[in-house]
Design a protein around this ligand. Structure first.
Ligand SMILES: N[C@@H](CCC(=O)N[C@@H](CS)C(=O)NCC(=O)O)C(=O)O
Length: 80
């Protein structure tokens, strides 16, 4: 884990090796690192019933994921 209050996601090691964007969460999959919470959700839910088969429902899932990133996350989730 990384303590963002101590700047642990802004070290050269983190920026070079984990996420050049300097932010968490980052999902580690073996030797690979996957930044962005939406990408992690998609990776973990892929192939499960959480991803709708229906074309519209799948796009509607993305509608809420994009809404979360554009409206909720910058205004509420990262506010400090
Ligand atoms: N769009 C990214 C946002 C990630 C983000 O903003 N993470 C914040 C914590 S909630 C962070 O790592 N802040 C540390 C910093 O900016 O130094 C996601 O959804 O994963």
């Amino acid at each position: 884990s990384y303590d963002i209050q101590k700047g642990e996601t802004r070290t050269a090691a983190f920026l070079d090796g984990v996420n050049p964007n300097g932010r968490i969460p980052v999902l580690q999959i073996g030797d690979d690192y996957l930044p962005e919470s939406g990408a992690a959700c998609l990776y973990l839910a892929d192939g499960s019933p959480l991803i709708p088969h229906d074309r519209f429902d799948r796009a509607d899932m993305l509608h809420w994921m994009f809404w979360e990133q554009y409206n909720h996350e910058p205004n509420v989730a990262t506010l400090r």
